[in-house]
Ligand binder design. Sequence first.
Ligand code: CLF
Ligand code: SF4
Length: 303
Amino acid sequence: MNTEGFRLNKNKNSIEKHPCFSKEASKHFGRVHLPVAKSCNISCNYCHRDYDCPNESRPGVTSGLLTPEDAVKRIYEVKSLFNDISVAAVAGPGDSLAEPRNTMKTFELITREFPEIILCMSTNGLNLADNLNELKDKGVNFITVTLNAIDESIAAKIYSYVNYNGASYTGKDAAGLLLERQIEGIEKAVKMGFTIKINSVLIPGINDFHMKALSEAVKKLGVYLFNVMPMIPAEKSYFYKIGVKGASRRDVIGITDGLEGINIMSHCRQCRSDAAGLLNEDLSKKLSEQEGESGCKRKKMPC
Ligand code: CLF
Ligand code: SF4
């Protein structure tokens, strides 16, 4: 990973304490994902909503939903197993901002209970620009936006529909709208001082040849970190059904090795939306077992 440009910052939102934004931090500090965001407002062709949002997660993984109040309890549970949790994040199982109420309430409650914890969030970007002021007010500093293409005709192959302001869009209209909203959100977030990471899902034959152009565009937007993730099509997804092949870690390395001028993330674990602990030692399974023993309070995620 290119570490040039790492900021030395003693405040709460220091990059050196965020396990995704700093590989060194990932050896010492953990994160907890709080699955409070149920719905999604777009349809990615590698996704199936039986599972977590594959923009941050391994496909085929299903997390139970939490209420914002249960999310706070969850942090206590996680800290009882691993205390050095530096980040709490909302990363699904749908999109964090499709219906932002639960996401915002969760951040509000965490700030009250754990003021020292860094707040982080991932989103497809459709509703980002509209929610930045509130995210700032809630104390969020780190945001990940999934941006799979910077070209409308490529994006049109990746998304089947976008729902925005009560209307549904398909084809190039959907792709154009999503792209416009993503760029607007990223530009505004950078101007407001958020630290931004871009996740791009590498889809062989669809956007693999486009990663260089994408990384250059992202760099111009002032993004801090670029994370290319191999696509593993979720079972029952559109790409799975039509036989679009997934990508491998080796494919990702082959492409990111040639990229310059931007920090590249190389230690992503494609976490679950209820992942907890160190990136390399996910505690979510252990926590589920504990809950199973004591009677699970989490609701099953509806499809
Ligand atoms: Fe979670 Fe993402 Fe925040 Fe990290 S994960 S919302 S930036 S706290 Fe990290 Fe997991 Fe990779 Fe995401 S390893 S999938 S990059
Ligand atoms: Fe699925 Fe996430 Fe895309 Fe929504 S944003 S369709 S949950 S991959």
